[in-house]
Design a protein around this ligand. Structure first.
Ligand code: ASP
Length: 257
């Protein structure tokens, strides 16, 4: 599907911080640019007269909490009720995979919600933030992106939140959808969608009290003695997810058993 409409769409860019907003590479962890400054740095966005910018958080993305995401989902819903056609979220890439998936679960909207960020800060040669933001806005303004759930547009590729993974710590091509490939691409200003995803999109009702349960995530490795599982069990968590090998295999009992 190709959407070459000139853009009168009402798009809201909501900024949460991350490398895309970092002004001083040496400082490393200080996202200072506001949503308006991110938008102003991309001349082509002046071609979207109904675009507005809102700073929501200014943090490195590992600082984001589930409460932040629930508040973001609620603010996105408000934007749609006020007439937005699409929403773009800019944030740090370290938790884009998790944040996009959580938003996909929490939101029920048909209109596009597109998450992006940058691997290189604005002070570095070849900064990818402006191109990613422009491609994300184009995706959010595209009729073809409606009904896809939350999307991650990065390095001109369009990924569905329920499939996307961050697979590289420094490459500008950091995001992949391992089992499906991308759902589309942005090329020469046009949004091409060739897959609408497979399977159900589960929905989770926003919680009245986020973080009401604490769940431990424990990864087992080869020759693991299970000590972390025992520690997590005794530490008062409400639940535990154990990541083991293949389909969940782990050794039972002492070494050699
Ligand atoms: N540490 C940064 C963050 O996730 C990395 C990035 O934005 O790429 O906020």
């Amino acid at each position: 599907m190709v959407d070459a409409e000139p853009n009168k769409a009402a798009i809201v860019v909501m900024a949460l911080g991350g490398t895309i907003a970092m002004t001083d590479a040496a400082a490393g962890v200080s996202p200072k640019l506001s949503a308006a400054e991110l938008v102003a740095a991309v001349p082509a966005l002046s071609g979207y007269p109904n675009l507005s910018a809102r700073s929501f958080r200014q943090v490195p993305s590992p600082h984001l909490t589930f409460a932040d995401l629930e508040a973001l989902a609620s603010a996105i819903g408000d934007n749609f009720r006020e007439g937005a056609d699409g929403v773009v979220i800019t944030q740090g890439t370290d938790t884009i995979e998790e944040a996009a998936f959580a938003l996909d679960l929490l939101l029920d909207a048909n209109a596009p919600v597109v998450v992006t960020g940058a691997m290189r800060s604005p002070t570095l040669a070849g900064a990818d933030g402006p191109a990613n933001l422009l491609a994300a806005v184009r995706t959010a303004a595209s009729a073809g992106a409606r009904g896809l759930g939350v999307i991650v547009t990065f390095n001109d590729e369009i990924h569905l939140a329920r499939h996307v993974c961050k697979r590289h710590t420094s490459s500008t091509a950091a995001f992949v959808s391992p089992n499906t490939g991308p759902a589309g691409f942005v090329a020469e200003g046009r949004v091409h969608i060739w897959s609408r995803g497979v399977g159900m999109r589960p929905h989770v009702e926003p919680s009245p009290s986020p973080r009401e349960a604490r769940v431990a995530l424990v990864t087992l490795s080869m020759d693991d003695d299970g000590a972390l599982v025992a520690l997590a069990r005794d530490a008062g968590f409400d639940g535990m997810v154990v990541e083991a090998s293949a389909a969940g295999t782990a050794r039972h009992g002492p070494p050699g058993s």
